[in-house]
Design a protein around this ligand. Structure first.
Ligand SMILES: Cc1cc2nc3c(=O)[nH]c(=O)nc-3n(C[C@H](O)[C@H](O)[C@H](O)COP(=O)(O)OP(=O)(O)OC[C@H]3O[C@@H](n4cnc5c(N)ncnc54)[C@H](O)[C@@H]3O)c2cc1C
Length: 381
């Protein structure tokens, strides 16, 4: 079997590794001219770590990252709300956060060790699905024939557009997130969240020296912030936090020497099944991007990769195997999407009038809800 993976991101590289390990011939095309990802952090929870373990990368990502097993919540004044332990997983740490660059390096290294070629600066120009084969014209002038095209081409997937039209383009949630890498105070040994009306600041340890901060706030549709003003906007939005709270201290310390700030709108994709039309389909963010509130986007893309490889190397027809893949994946990613959006909507509905009730609700319900989610996701993908 010969598979074209479109997109050399987290899911695409994961799929290339998993398929190559099962004897599938794989090509990867990546539109960027070379490997580049934002230098911010990413948290990979236990289920994502299990997927990385099956790609042979667990030790490498653990040694590059920071493991932790809880989240602590505070209000915007710095008053403690609740401690939320992660459900332990018997095999892997509950969470491992690391630099995106390190995660990507590990995936690229493993891909190249399998002698899978990543064709940078290359996209799909057109494809012709002939039923049992797909003829693909690539932007580098080559024409190739594949048994399957698996597109992990991200939230703005051109493949999804080609297959299903603009109806399933990304939907903006009304909120965006600023991220920045910072020195880690010694007491940031798990996620720490400060929930103020209209703004959430979170801190996640990345290494002995570093952590990253994320700030979620609202922005009208169509907002595109000028990167030259990121620091000014971030500082202004963080006035909602008390001066002596960690976000207040970070705000007041932002200056010329600060690391680069990244801003991303939060959008999601609600693509019902099927994700495949014939022998061409979308996976990862291209099929089910969601709000980052459960730290599950990369984990879901990696699970897609591993499960696709498991199912594709079965005995039935390719069509039956693809159907099984989709049936196996859909309920799990839908659960993550619904939950992620529900958390975003709930936290951003907190205002001055309801905040006391909201914090009381978090205190009462968050630990049990979080454990229940962890247990569901710790079940096999
Ligand atoms: C603010 C924010 C914070 C997040 N934090 C977390 C977190 O802590 N934990 C977590 O698990 N997830 C997190 N995520 C989500 C996570 O980054 C994504 O879910 C994950 O990267 C999806 O992987 P993917 O391979 O599907 O897509 P991507 O990683 O986006 O990769 C897509 C690739 O396809 C390439 N491409 C696009 N079009 C083409 C084309 N036409 N031809 C060839 N190549 C193409 C792109 O250049 C890119 O390399 C976060 C997301 C955001 C926005």
């Amino acid at each position: 079997m010969k598979v074209l993976v479109v997109g050399g991101g987290i899911g695409g590289l994961g799929a290339a590794i998993a398929l190559a390990d099962r004897g599938v011939e794989v090509d990867v095309v990546e539109k960027k001219a070379s490997f580049s990802v934002y230098g911010v952090g990413i948290n990979v929870p236990a289920n994502g770590l299990r997927a990385l373990r099956s790609l042979g990368l667990l030790d490498e990502v653990l040694s590059a990252g920071f493991q932790f097993g809880h989240a602590d919540f505070y209000d915007g004044d710095g008053e403690f709300i609740v401690h939320v332990p992660s459900a332990p997983d018997p095999d892997v740490p509950a969470n491992n956060a690391l630099s995106r660059v390190d995660l990507h390096r590990a995936l690229i290294g493993a891909t190249e060790r399998r002698r899978v070629k990543i064709h940078y600066g290359t996209t799909v120009q057109s494809f012709n699905d002939r039923g049992d084969l797909v003829d693909v014209r690539l932007s580098d002038g080559r024409s190739e024939r594949y048994d399957l095209v698996a597109a992990f081409d991200g939230i703005h997937s051109p493949t999804r557009r080609r297959l299903f039209g603009p109806k399933y383009d990304a939907t903006y949630t009304g909120f965006g997130v600023f991220r920045i890498t910072l020195p880690r105070p010694a007491d940031i040994i798990g996620i720490r969240v400060y929930q103020a009306p209209g703004a959430k600041a979170g801190f996640c340890p990345l290494s002995a020296e570093t952590m990253y901060m994320f700030l979620v706030t609202g922005d009208p549709a169509g907002t595109v912030h000028n990167p030259a003003r990121f620091q000014e906007i971030l500082r202004e939005r963080m006035t909602r936090f008390a001066d002596d709270s960690l976000p207040g201290q970070v705000r007041d310390g932002l200056g010329a020497g600060s690391a680069a700030i990244v801003w991303s709108p939060i959008s999601d994709i609600t693509l019902p099944l099927p994700w495949f039309r014939g022998r061409v389909g979308v996976l990862g963010d291209a099929a089910h991007a969601c709000a980052p509130h459960t730290s599950q986007g990369a984990a879901m893309a990696l699970e897609d990769a591993v499960v696709l490889a498991e199912e594709l190397t079965g005995q039935e027809s390719v069509e039956e195997r693809l159907e099984r893949f989709q049936q196996r994946r859909y309920p799990r990613v839908k659960l993550v999407q619904d939950l992620s959006y529900a958390i975003l909507a709930a936290e951003m509905s907190i205002d001055e009038t309801n905040r006391r009730d909201a914090y009381a609700g978090m205190r009462k319900h968050l630990p049990a809800q979080s454990q229940q989610t962890d247990r569901m996701l710790n079940a096999p993908a």
